[in-house]
Design a protein around this ligand. Structure first.
Ligand SMILES: Nc1nc2c(c(=O)[nH]1)N[C@H]1C(S)=C(S)[C@@H](COP(=O)(O)O)O[C@H]1N2
Ligand SMILES: [Mo]
Length: 175
């Protein structure tokens, strides 16, 4: 007759620790962490912000005036390494953009996507400006691209949508 093997308290504690550690390891792979990169000093405009009927050129230096975060991933378009950038929410704050605005982002290839306030509540968006410390170029799908760190693993596995992962961003419209 079979019976359940009783676990002692220390065994339960060890099993719990192992589970927590495994969960932390899994989470670590897709979490962005603070970056030690020095903010860019480059004042050359790399995208245009449109709000309240005005257009404002924005440089790497302006974007990177918010805290930089980074994570390592294999981007589905090819580039692989440590991507760094600023949280989209921090960027909007720094640019004094209305928090309730829906954003329309437009890329150099005219691809366009909308990011609603609800999207930004559900997931954090990283406005990436760097790959392995160097400014993202157009060839690497820069000068900026959106990354959703929480979805990175699922996107790599092909189980999450990447329609919000717009690369080569040219314009951001707040509407
Ligand atoms: N600049 C730009 N970003 C983009 C796209 C695009 O066409 N241009 N396509 C989006 C969509 S719909 C998807 S599924 C992924 C992958 O696009 P791809 O299959 O055309 O490479 O990138 C997203 N980001
Ligand atoms: Mo797509």
């Amino acid at each position: 007759m079979s019976r359940l093997i009783p676990l002692t308290l220390p065994q339960v504690a060890i099993a719990t620790c192992v589970c927590v550690l495994l969960a932390m390891t899994a989470a670590h792979a897709t979490a962005a962490s603070p970056s030690v990169l020095a903010p860019s000093q480059d004042e050359t405009p790399i995208l245009t912000l449109h709000s309240d009927g005005e257009r404002r050129p924005v440089s790497r230096a302006e974007i990177e005036s918010s805290p930089l975060y980074e994570l390592t991933l294999q981007h589905f378009e090819g580039p692989q390494g440590s991507f760094a950038g600023v949280w989209l929410d921090d960027f909007l704050d720094a640019q004094d953009l209305d928090d309730t605005a829906t954003l329309r982002l437009i890329a150099h290839d005219d691809y366009t996507v909308f990011i609603t306030p609800q999207d930004r509540e559900e997931r954090r968006y990283l406005l990436a400006t760097r790959l392995d410390g160097a400014p993202l170029t157009l060839m690497e799908f820069g000068p900026t691209m959106l990354i959703v760190p929480a979805d990175a693993e699922a996107v790599e596995a092909g189980t999450a949508s990447m329609t919000h992962w717009i690369w080569s961003i040219r314009d951001i419209q707040a509407q």
